[in-house]
Design a protein around this ligand. Structure first.
Ligand SMILES: O=C([C@H](O)CO)[C@H](O)[C@H](O)COP(=O)(O)O
Length: 210
């Protein structure tokens, strides 16, 4: 089980500062969608250059032009690129094909997919590397969480790795670990804490038990 730090509400210098603080306790750094929107793929490039031993995920949430978007993210140094599960199979196939050329991985984000079970089965057959259940900020604010969806994909996904994101904190992490995803994604649960290093270290310890 791996731990991914999601960086969303920061600029590039702030992102570098946080990664420097917690780098020994995480496996993957996510350059979040808001960071890519604000800073461009330069954020992926600069983080990869400064922290070459960490994997970098570009959270592009691609909905169209899968091959092209993956190519650009891979050129910037991304190890993993996100595609939306709600898009069409052609976009996902194009992304998977392009990713193979660059030794890049594809994570499909199931945010706002209505029938998670059916779509997860379909996407699992397309050769993607990860299928991720995800409750976004706006539904987190309405009290929703991704934990039930994680149990659903754990039952149907046979080929891809499973991942979970959306409001995971230190106190909810033990239950997430029990569900045994391959990848746990944490943003505010680390970045919003006063002692980020201590929280990341404790999360790393819990994830290692999974
Ligand atoms: O993908 C995310 C969100 O859509 C904003 O871009 C977050 O990285 C993801 O939800 C993890 O962050 P937390 O919910 O703060 O743990």
């Amino acid at each position: 089980m791996e731990l991914q730090l999601a960086l969303d509400l920061v600029n590039i210098p702030e992102a570098k500062q946080i990664v420097a603080e917690v780098q020994e306790h995480i496996d993957i750094v996510e350059i979040g969608t808001p960071v890519v929107i604000n800073e461009g793929l330069r954020a992926v490039k600069e983080i990869k250059e400064q922290f070459p031993s960490l994997k970098v995920l570009a959270d592009l949430k691609v909905m169209d032009a899968g091959a092209y978007e993956v190519m650009k993210a891979a050129e910037a140094g991304a190890d993993i690129v996100t595609i939306l599960g709600a898009t069409d199979d052609a976009t996902i196939r194009g992304a998977v094909e392009e990713a193979k050329k660059h030794n890049t991985k594809i994570l499909v984000d199931m945010i706002n997919v209505k029938d998670i079970e059916t779509r997860a089965r379909e996407i699992d057959a397309l050769g993607v590397d990860y299928i991720c259940v995800h409750t976004g900020y706006d539904l987190q604010a309405e009290g929703q969480s991704p934990f039930e969806q994680l149990r659903i994909i754990k039952n149907v996904v046979k080929n891809s790795k499973t991942a979970v994101a959306g409001g995971i904190k230190l106190d909810t992490l033990p239950d997430v670990v029990k569900a045994n995803p391959d990848l746990v994604i944490v943003g505010g649960g680390i970045t919003g804490q006063a002692d980020k290093k201590a929280v990341a270290a404790e999360m790393q310890r819990l994830v290692a038990q999974g």
